[in-house]
Design a binder for this molecule. Structure first.
Ligand SMILES: Cc1cc2nc3c(=O)[nH]c(=O)nc-3n(C[C@H](O)[C@H](O)[C@H](O)COP(=O)(O)OP(=O)(O)OC[C@H]3O[C@@H](n4cnc5c(N)ncnc54)[C@H](O)[C@@H]3O)c2cc1C
Ligand SMILES: *[C@@H]1O[C@H](CO)[C@@H](O)[C@H](O)[C@H]1NC(C)=O
Ligand SMILES: *[C@@H]1O[C@H](CO)[C@@H](O)[C@H](O)[C@H]1NC(C)=O
Ligand SMILES: *[C@@H]1O[C@H](CO)[C@@H](O)[C@H](O)[C@H]1NC(C)=O
Length: 522
């Protein structure tokens, strides 16, 4: 009875609002209005399932339509159309890069998903000179920028561990990898953006021009505009990489070496690390089941079930510098305190090093282990709390298993711009700790989704209770209160930017930060 009344009431509200506001909420009219938009690309109203999927494999919301834009103006026209419908329509727009989000962030329930990869046709433009850069589409994959750049002997400076991600997707977060200690995250290596705001305006912005929008969009979780073009800083690309791994049993020694390596004049171009907990199975090994050899297996090192810490380093070089580089590496490594018998060095072409995770992807795909649920948890932990964190998490919460790689490495905040939207802990140096779990579909054991989600929750609860000042990276929350706590003192700026650039909350609804106004529901 009550439910019927509620339904009737919502139905009346819908009818009334359709009449009251000249624009119709009603389905057929939205569809026909989209169909008549003057665009170069096209809408697809039928094949929608792809747009309701992401790498996380846990959330799935069907959109109403998918836009395959042929030009920036297609995107602007579409967003402007929805903006002009006003608050009476609950239609939203999600830019979808490569859909490698984890919790539906690139989806739009009943809205429009823009397939940003359709924009790839825009040609990359390389500018060669003292300060080289490249102009690329927001839907471009980083792997393509690498391949094209190498033809000019150039490459971006700061990366992610996996390159089959789009420029717009990673710049909306930060883009963190082993180069970030030196160059900052990817958002620190962008000179200029072209953005379509939530009002359908096309705006060029940089540190000097429309700088509030520029900084807002970087790390802005897609909330202020759709990145259609980006100007990315480049450097001369090296030919080869010395790829090095060493092991530690003592956490304190491991992080002391890591922190030393990222401070001052580092010999290395890349510093990461990972935690090895009772390694068994391929999922556990996916990052290390390729070159250089798995350090544990290769050394026949007896871990006796102990947790190990692997430091991963890379040094870029050109073939004619091999002798000098070997000496430099030898001298730097002699300063470290790893277990001496566990030094593994290999030499690979630069592209092979950067594209390393793709090699694992191919392996996992062939075994049906790629398209599984990925309950990932990424945290930024302040340096002063990393030991407390490690003790509890590696010593208590995750003692006997882990369901995927656990990365851990420090970065220095001096390479981050605090005017961007990304949220970091309140300390100069903080660690990225990434629990990259894969769940075995329909398992109810320790490798099942439920178990992993409970572990993640325990980790987050510990951080909360112990007041570690941890921030989530690739954050995900379900209430606005939690978002407010995430942003802390920066929430006001975030809200102010939202009301300037996307006042109707049309963009990136899958982040679940703001809700688009629905008529009469205040
Ligand atoms: C295997 C793997 C490895 C990863 N490794 C790293 C890593 O080393 N470092 C790291 O920092 N991250 C890493 N990530 C996380 C990754 O950076 C994010 O998931 C990123 O969002 C994925 O890019 P995408 O193109 O698939 O974005 P999508 O999932 O398509 O989109 C992500 C969000 O950005 C918005 N968006 C997409 N395109 C645009 C645009 N052009 N303009 C504005 N907003 C847009 C979407 O609406 C959505 O809210 C990894 C992810 C995977 C799956
Ligand atoms: C971080 O960078 C700043 C500025 O370059 C430097 O002063 C500081 O020593 C660095 N911190 C560490 C721990 O390396
Ligand atoms: C390691 O994992 C195996 C298989 O899951 C388990 O049987 C064993 O007890 C674990 N060892 C330790 C030391 O946790
Ligand atoms: C950013 O950093 C600068 C320099 O350290 C500081 O003066 C400023 O207050 C900071 N701004 C914000 C928004 O935190």
């Amino acid at each position: 009875m009550k439910r019927n009344m509620l339904f009737l009431r919502s139905f009346m509200i819908l009818v009334l609002s359709c009449i009251a506001i000249k624009i119709n909420l009603c389905f057929p009219n939205i569809l026909s209005s989209l169909k008549t938009l003057p665009i170069d690309g096209h809408f697809n109203f039928e094949q929608l399932h792809h747009a309701a999927k992401d790498f996380g494999n846990r959330y799935s919301f069907l959109p109403l339509a998918v836009l395959h834009p042929n030009s920036v103006s297609d995107i602007a026209t579409t967003v402007k159309h929805i903006w002009q419908m006003g608050p009476g329509s609950d239609l939203t727009v999600a830019a979808r890069g490569h859909g490698h989000s984890l919790q539906g962030q690139a989806q739009a329930h009943g809205g429009i998903v823009i397939n940003m990869k359709s924009l790839q046709g825009l040609k990359m433009q390389f500018h060669i000179g003292n300060l080289p850069y490249v102009d690329v589409s927001g839907g471009e994959l980083w792997i393509n920028i690498l391949r094209e750049g190498l033809k000019h002997g150039l490459a971006p400076k700061s990366w992610t561990d996996y390159l089959h991600l789009t420029v717009g997707g990673t710049l909306s977060n930060a883009g963190i990898s082993g180069q970030a200690f030196r160059h900052g995250p990817q958002i620190s290596n962008v000179h200029q953006l072209e953005v379509v705001t939530g009002k359908g305006e096309v705006v060029t912005c940089s540190g000097k021009q429309n700088s509030d929008l520029f900084h807002g969009v970087l790390g802005g979780l897609g909330q202020f505009g759709i990145i259609t073009r980006a100007r990315i800083s480049l450097e001369p690309a090296p030919e080869m990489v010395k790829w090095i791994r060493v092991l530690y049993t003592d956490f304190a020694t491991f992080i002391r070496d890591q922190e030393e390596l990222i401070s001052g004049e580092s010999t290395f171009d890349y510093v990461e690390g990972f935690v090895i907990i009772n390694r068994t199975g391929l999922l556990n090994n996916w990052r290390s089941s390729f070159n250089p050899q798995d350090p544990v297996q290769a050394s026949k090192f007896k871990s006796d079930g102990r947790t190990l810490f692997c430091l991963e380093l890379a040094k870029y070089f050109n073939r004619d510098e091999t002798a000098v580089v070997n000496r430099e590496i030898h001298s730097s490594l002699s300063q470290l305190n790893h277990i001496p018998s566990t030094l593994f060095v290999s030499e690979v072409p630069y592209i092979e090093f950067l594209d390393r995770v793709h090699i694992s992807e191919i392996k996992l795909r062939s075994k049906g282990l790629w398209e599984v649920p990925h309950p990932w948890l990424n945290l930024l932990v302040p340096r002063s709390k990393i030991q407390t964190f490690a003790q509890q998490v590696f010593g208590n919460i995750l003692t006997d298993t882990s369901n995927g790689p656990i990365l851990i490495y420090p970065v220095n905040k001096s390479k981050w711009d605090n005017r961007t939207s990304v949220v970091t802990p309140d300390e100069d140096v903080f660690y990225l700790v990434a629990f990259l779990s894969s769940a075995v579909p329909s398992s109810t054991g320790t490798d099942g989704l439920d178990h992993i989600l409970i572990q993640n929750k325990r980790i987050l609860e510990f951080c909360e209770i112990a007041r570690l000042g941890v921030k989530q990276y690739l954050p995900h929350y379900s209430t606005q209160g939690e978002w407010k706590a995430h942003f802390g003192s920066r929430w006001e700026v975030f809200v102010r930017r939202k009301s300037s650039y996307d006042p109707l909350a049309i963009l990136a609804p899958g982040q679940r930060i703001f809700q688009k106004a629905v008529p009469y529901s205040q």
